[in-house]
Design a protein around this ligand. Structure first.
Ligand SMILES: [Zn+2]
Length: 451
């Protein structure tokens, strides 16, 4: 490459934009590292993770009262742990543990005022406060930026984000808004979404011409329906990233056909964002392994390749409040498949759901929500929802032109799987999204005892 090409005015402008605009520009150092590490040989990646685990677990034992107590009660000597294999000797951390332990989970090395408190409700809806370090936020930013780059993003590309969080938008200050303007980013709040709101968003995006859209699945689906209904032209991004909800195959196709671009599903969580993203290379979702060590666990320990298990996560960078072997409540499988893209990061399959997305059968076992997607699939584009008040009983809400026929077909398939299940059907009028803008196609209030 000629020197004059490298130092072209556009490159220099881009560099200065990064340096001047991004308050947390230190994340670019991390990004630079991550751009290389994603192609490392697997054994080098494993050594790196082993080193990070050892460092985190030693730190947790030395400075976090909760882990000191747990490790001592188990007779665990952190110096003897051979990682990552021996991580299974450490007990799980549950959402209830986080709530009940309170500040016992915070490292004594970090005064509270240097940590960012992040109130969340978790998957069970019960409030907790997570404390995160600035370094954790920088790594998170680098991981998310790397994910965008997998889809072809360059700094300055127009990005639209449809996001349903009142808290998130309330926390935005002038500088955040200025950064969005300078980076060509538009953020739209889909909390308490209405039809008029989504139409005005569609018209705004038609003028903005986003090159990338990141959205809750339900928000981009509603946007797609609005675009079709009102014939709104001009929204043709290079890629769409969906997040936070289960992405059904038919919904994915509907969105892809509407916007004439591929959809990639991303998996993140309040506790640790940017866990994995579907790769254009086709192998599945690449895990950001340098930041998150993932285990897939069933009732009898680790599951085999392509078997569904609960995701147990250890974040490698939040030294302020370490989450070690955290049962996040989501279910998926992993794969040893190599990807055409050349990245050596491990691969997981799409999410099967959160623990409360599972239907509890009449004998107390858990039914995979994807079973219901397949059963109801013929009517899927016309929307459905499953409510479960107690084990062995479900109410299925259907929006279909052929209610009697479709209900009967679905009933037969469910009874074939679980003859003891009591099934009620109700008509559904509109796409059932919650106030947060998220759509949960199964909502079970039945008591679930997974482990
Ligand atoms: Zn790949």
């Amino acid at each position: 490459m000629k020197l004059s090409t490298y130092f072209s005015p556009i490159k220099i402008q881009t560099y200065r934009l990064e340096q001047l605009i991004l308050r947390e520009h230190q994340h670019l150092r991390y990004l630079s590292f991550l751009r290389q590490s994603q192609y490392w040989p697997k054994n080098r990646l494993v050594s790196f993770v082993s080193f990070r685990l050892k460092s985190l677990i030693s730190h947790a034992y030395e400075t976090v009262p909760y882990y000191r107590r747990v490790f001592d009660s188990q007779g665990l000597d952190v110096r003897d742990l051979r990682l990552p294999a021996d991580i299974q000797k450490i007990p799980f951390l549950s959402s209830d543990d986080i709530r009940s332990s309170g500040k016992q989970l915070i490292s004594r090395s970090f005064p509270l005022n240097v940590l960012q408190a992040k109130p969340t409700s978790g998957s069970t809806g019960k409030p907790r406060i997570l404390y995160q370090t600035r370094d954790f936020k920088l790594w998170k930013r680098a991981f998310v930026r790397r994910q965008y780059e997998w889809l072809g993003y360059s700094l300055g590309d127009r990005v639209a984000v449809l996001w349903g969080s009142e808290f998130y938008f309330r926390m935005k200050n002038f500088r955040d808004k200025l950064e969005n303007v300078l980076l060509n980013h538009v953020e739209l709040n889909t909390f308490r979404i209405t039809e008029d709101m989504i139409r005005s968003y569609a018209e705004r995006l038609a003028n903005f011409h986003p090159q990338f859209i990141e959205s809750y699945m339900s928000a981009i689906y509603l946007l797609a329906k609005t675009v079709r209904r009102h014939g709104i032209a001009g929204i043709h991004p290079k890629a769409i990233m969906t997040t936070s909800e289960i992405l059904f195959p038919k919904i994915r196709k509907f969105i892809e056909d509407t916007f004439e671009c591929p959809v990639f599903d991303r998996y993140g969580a309040n506790e640790v964002d940017g866990i994995s993203l579907e790769c254009p290379g086709g192998a599945g979702m690449h895990i950001n392994l340098e930041g998150n060590f993932l285990e897939f666990v069933g009732r009898n320990g680790p599951v085999k390749e392509n078997e569904m298990g609960e995701i147990v996560i250890t974040n490698l960078y939040n030294y302020g409040m370490p989450l070690i072997r955290y049962r996040i409540g989501d279910f998926a499988s992993y794969s040893n498949q190599t990807c055409q893209c050349g990245k050596t990061l491990p691969v997981m399959g799409n999410l099967h759901g959160r623990i409360h997305d599972f239907v509890v059968s009449s004998d107390g076992s858990l039914l995979d929500p994807y079973f219901f997607v397949k059963v109801i699939s013929p009517t899927l584009v016309q929307e459905f929802k499953i409510d479960q008040e107690s084990a062995g009983e479900v109410t299925i809400l259907l929006k279909t032109d052929n209610f009697e026929h479709d209900s009967q077909q679905i009933l037969e398939k469910i009874l074939w799987l679980d003859p003891g299940m009591k099934v009620r059907f109700k008509r559904l009028d509109s796409w059932p999204i919650s106030a947060s803008g998220k759509y949960r196609f199964v909502e079970s209030k039945a008591k679930i005892d997974w482990f």
